[in-house]
Design a protein around this ligand. Structure first.
Ligand code: GDP
Length: 441
């Protein structure tokens, strides 16, 4: 995410490293580089100016702080100002009512239909039922696409055959939800390739007649300043409650994300980080600021781990560890979860200082590693898998031959198994997080 912005900011802040103290001259150089990084990331110019004025004022004001190095001092200031720029935020969907109506709007291709599905999935994980409403009668395939999305996340889809009035569809859908005990109605409204009068009129009428509880704009984070301009136009017409910015997993430069709150006054609620249905993250200004500065985002990583890993499996493994009955079969299942393609890279990208390693991992063949480890475990007897202590050097030779590996590789795996068993024995989730934060894991 935002690789070039991260690199440029890091270079700017590093330029002050080793300078004994902050002087007007070296501070000016550092600040100029920060400004260039923002401009290159396509941040709207008034936002850059305002941001730099705040950063300069803060940084100059703190000059007397002698205990910090100049680069650390400036990182602190930039971090704080990024949080101010991106927030305040509130990722809650406020689903307190019996039936909450969420209206989704955005230009065609921004990711609206996909995001409707992602939200329905998220709402489902909170134990509530969502109804997806096909109110985009403009794009011929939109209704069908919503059905596919709904099916993939297990959410009901409301559509009317040969419908021509989106307002009537929305009204009927809300009625249907009330009659069928559905808690959240998500209106997938029509988009256009560009903003036009007719679209805005249609959206305003839906807004007036249905009175949605929340109105969210979906914008494509890859489109830079255009995203901000369309957000401004939609907000003028509709009074948005929040922005959901999609496609931040691609090579978005970051400008749209950094500008949108400042320019429109509308908070960012969620970000889209993949085209898959689980690719939606609540937005937190402090975590994002940390990520942009390469300071890591341990909290998001822990949340992702909780989301991605099969919690039942994790509980079983934890119980087995506590009871001292953790076997190599359990170990294999844990490895299979962790070594899913792409997962390690995503998680490492959130860890402090691990951004570069995440990029390196792109070239690592996890599938091959996994096949090798699985091969070793599969070449063991049941007894060996349950009680690895019985594995003598002769048995190790046999396992290596059976799996096409070397005895050293078998040994390596057994060592990893031992380390995992003893490290995790009896550790509660909070202790594990503590270990992670101390860098013990
Ligand atoms: P709509 O016209 O606004 O309803 O847009 P769609 O939901 O059809 O999305 C347009 C394209 O963007 C599709 O190919 C989606 O898979 C893709 N897309 C949507 N959100 C994301 C995201 O967060 N990341 C990525 N990589 N692709 C996305």
């Amino acid at each position: 995410m935002f690789a070039s912005l991260q690199d440029n900011l890091r270079t700017a802040l590093k330029s002050l490293r080793g300078k004994g103290k902050l002087t007007d001259a070296n501070m000016r150089d550092g600040l100029r580089m920060v400004e260039e990084a923002m401009i290159e990331a396509d941040v709207a110019y008034p936002v850059v100016q305002d941001f730099m004025a705040r950063v300069s004022e803060e940084a100059m004001g703190q000059k007397v702080l002698k205990s910090l190095n100049p680069d650390q001092q400036l990182v602190g200031v930039v971090h704080e100002q990024l949080i101010q720029l991106l927030g305040p935020v509130d990722p809650s969907l406020h689903l307190e009512k019996d039936v909450t109506v969420l209206m989704m709007c955005g230009l065609q291709g921004a990711g609206k239909t996909t995001t409707c599905g992602k939200l329905a999935r998220l709402i489902g994980t909170e134990g509530k039922k969502a109804l997806l409403v096909a109110a985009d009668l403009q794009r011929p395939a939109a209704v069908q696409q919503l059905h596919v999305v709904g099916e993939s996340v297990g959410a009901k889809v409301y559509s009317e055959e040969n419908a021509s009035d989106p307002i009537a569809v929305c009204q009927n859908a809300v009625k249907f939800a009330r009659e069928n005990g559905i808690n959240v109605v998500i209106l997938d409204t029509a988009g256009r390739l560009a903003i036009d009068e007719e679209l805005m009129e249609q959206l305003k009428t839906i807004d007036r007649k249905i009175g949605p509880d929340q109105c969210f704009l979906v914008v494509d984070g890859m489109t830079g300043q255009d995203a901000v301009n369309s957000a401004k136009a939609f907000n003028d017409a509709l009074e948005l409650d929040g922005v959901i910015m999609t496609k931040l997993d691609g090579d978005a430069r970051g400008g749209a994300l950094l500008s949108v709150k400042h320019v429109t006054g509308v908070p960012i609620k969620f970000i889209g980080i993949s085209e898959h249905m689980d690719g939606l993250e609540p937005f937190y200004a402090d975590r994002m600021a940390g990520r942009i500065l390469g300071m890591g985002d341990v909290l998001s990583m822990v949340e992702m781990a909780q989301r991605e890993f099969d919690q039942d499996e994790a509980m079983k493994a934890q119980k087995a560890l506590e009871a001292g009955s953790f076997t190599l079969d359990d170990f294999k299942r844990q490895l299979e979860q962790i070594m899913r393609p792409g997962l390690m890279k995503k998680m490492l990208g959130m860890m402090p200082g691990f951004g570069d390693m995440a990029n390196m991992l792109q070239n690592t063949d996890h599938e091959k590693d996994m096949r090798r480890l699985r091969g070793i475990i599969d070449s063991m007897t049941r007894e060996e898998r349950r009680t690895p202590k019985v594995i003598t050097p002769t048995r190790r030779q046999r396992i290596a031959a059976g799996s096409g590996t070397s005895p050293q590789e078998v040994n390596e795996l057994l060592k990893q198994f031992d380390a995992m068993s003893s490290m995790m024995k009896g550790a509660s989730p909070s202790e594990l997080i503590g270990k992670m934060q101390r860098g013990d894991l």
